[in-house]
Design a protein around this ligand. Structure first.
Ligand code: SAH
Ligand code: SF4
Ligand code: F3S
Length: 465
């Protein structure tokens, strides 16, 4: 699931206090891992004297945390740099400086090429080297153009700055926690194994310490992140090898943490222990994002997903047996090279069988360096458009049925933030759908029982039960 689909403008801005000497503006594209990384970069920069600003115009440092997953996502960065370049030039005319940094997956994939194509950029820094950000900025201030994309595998988690208490509090009662990074699956359409490197799991002690720190600052709901989060494994304090299921059991014991989630999973890594966690842990929310991409075995094979449609359906059956009320979410790609009408029909058929509460679907985008690009029979754009429309119509229908089916039901709602309208408060349902309540329904951080009275556009209206 990507931020692009969640926020309206495809980017999230880290807001903070204004008025200090050095100001940083961070714009985040792509997935939740980038949201988490932007927070960690802000933490590192705060320690270096930077204050976050929500207006690019008065920033001394503009950091774009970028996404390379589809061509459109990657190209967006260059048009954004074009706009920032104007600001930078204006600044220079007024005798002050603006540093432009590109971080994230485009930085890792394109490296120095970014500075060649957009010379206004001062710094390119890949996701595995964020701990070197303050040092890199020092070099930039000394007049150098800096490209930081080389890393050792063990670098990532050992050097990340700890989230600061004040920052955690300012970010609210829900938080992301990265437990795993990178991917060894090499799906033939995907850039992630190249931009994020091979799979690395963060040690149990570090994860528990961070979760405890979040809980102590008032966080009630933690979402564990990883490109392949259910491939996470590590040595537990009992000396045994733990998988994600066991880790969730441990995290559920932390006082204050009432809700747990994890994303994104690969079907191949859903093991028995993890499925059992869905049965045994009331705090593990009954919502699972489990991408399948396609419903045709021929296409799944060409995509190197390493499972069949039947394997996926069987898996969903087992998960639903463990947690009957679980709501399923997924990702789909239409128009992978070689996809015929018949293959596409198989995707629709799989969607009908699973019945998703929510899903993301994309047109295949050919990415440099991935095997998909070299394949024969690329699908025409009009065909992709037409398939995407049909798939989305079906998924929307399922989503509407799911949402409407909640009217009259009572749901446990985590009160999260003030609403957009006066006298409203917004909570989070177990399925991530926002629940809009009267402001007196509960305090932020409280979990209240709410009765759904009606539905809005991808939201629920409710009253306290
Ligand atoms: N690790 C996750 C996916 C990360 S990318 C997983 O394995 O499921 C998020 C989604 O973007 C993918 O699930 C896929 O649906 C989509 N995606 C990835 N590469 C793409 C490409 N080249 N074209 C179109 N969609 C793509
Ligand atoms: Fe990409 Fe596949 Fe890895 Fe997911 S599992 S990040 S789609 S290569
Ligand atoms: Fe995009 Fe990188 Fe995430 S390519 S989806 S930001 S891992």
């Amino acid at each position: 699931m990507e931020l692009e689909q969640i926020s309206q403008d495809g980017a999230e801005t880290l807001k903070g206090a204004a008025g200090a000497a050095k100001k940083v503006f961070v714009k985040t594209y792509g997935c939740q891992m980038n949201v988490y990384d932007s927070q960690r970069m802000s933490d590192a920069l705060a320690a270096d004297g930077y204050v976050a600003t929500s207006t690019m115009e008065d920033a001394d440092l503009v950091l774009l945390n970028t996404c390379h997953i589809r061509e459109k996502a990657a190209e967006k960065v260059y048009s954004e740099i074009g706009r920032i370049r104007e600001l930078k030039a204006e600044r220079a005319r007024n005798g002050s400086e603006m540093v432009i940094g590109v971080a994230g997956c485009v930085a890792q994939a394109e490296g120095r090429e970014i500075i060649r194509r957009a010379p206004a950029v001062d710094l390119v820094i890949g996701p595995q080297t964020y701990h070197r950000l303050p040092e890199a900025l020092k070099k930039v201030r000394g007049g150098e153009k800096v490209v930081e994309t080389e890393y050792a595998l063990e670098d990532k988690f050992d050097h990340l700055p700890e989230p600061r208490r004040a920052e955690i509090i300012s970010r609210g009662v829900t938080a992301f926690l990265t437990v795993q990074e990178g991917c060894d699956k090499f799906c033939t359409f995907c850039v992630v194994p190249y931009t994020r490197g091979s799979e690395v799991s963060r040690p149990v002690a570090q994860i528990v310490a961070e979760a405890e720190r979040l809980a102590a600052a008032g966080v009630r709901e933690v979402t564990l992140l990883g490109q392949n989060v259910n491939a996470w494994h590590g040595e537990g304090p009992d000396g045994n090898e733990w998988g994600l299921g066991r880790l969730l059991v441990r995290l559920a014991e932390i006082p204050g943490i009432a809700r747990l989630r994890y994303t994104t999973s690969h079907p191949r890594d859903m093991d028995d222990e993890l499925i059992a966690a869905h049965r045994d842990l009331p705090s593990l929310m009954p919502y699972l994002h489990l991408p399948v991409q396609a419903g045709s075995d021929r296409i799944l094979k060409a995509m190197n997903r390493k499972h069949t449609a039947a394997d996926y359906l069987r898996l969903i059956e087992r998960i639903r047996a463990a947690r009957p009320d679980i709501a399923m979410s997924g990702d789909f790609i239409v128009g992978f090279p070689g996809e015929t009408d018949e293959d596409f029909e198989a995707t629709l058929e799989l969607v009908r069988e699973v019945n998703y509460a929510q899903a993301f679907s994309f047109k295949y985008s050919s990415r440099p360096g991935t095997p998909g690009t070299e394949m024969k029979d690329h699908v025409a754009e009009e065909v992709k458009d037409e398939r995407l429309q049909r798939l989305q119509a079906l998924l929307n229908e399922q989503q509407t049925t799911f949402i409407e089916g909640l009217v009259g039901k009572t749901v446990e709602t985590l009160i999260e933030k003030p609403g957009r309208q006066p006298k409203q408060i917004v909570g989070r349902s177990p399925w991530l759908l926002p629940v809009i309540l009267d402001e007196n329904a509960g305090k932020i951080g409280e979990i209240v029982t709410a009765r759904i009275t009606s539905t809005g556009h991808a939201s629920l209206f409710a009253e306290r039960a």
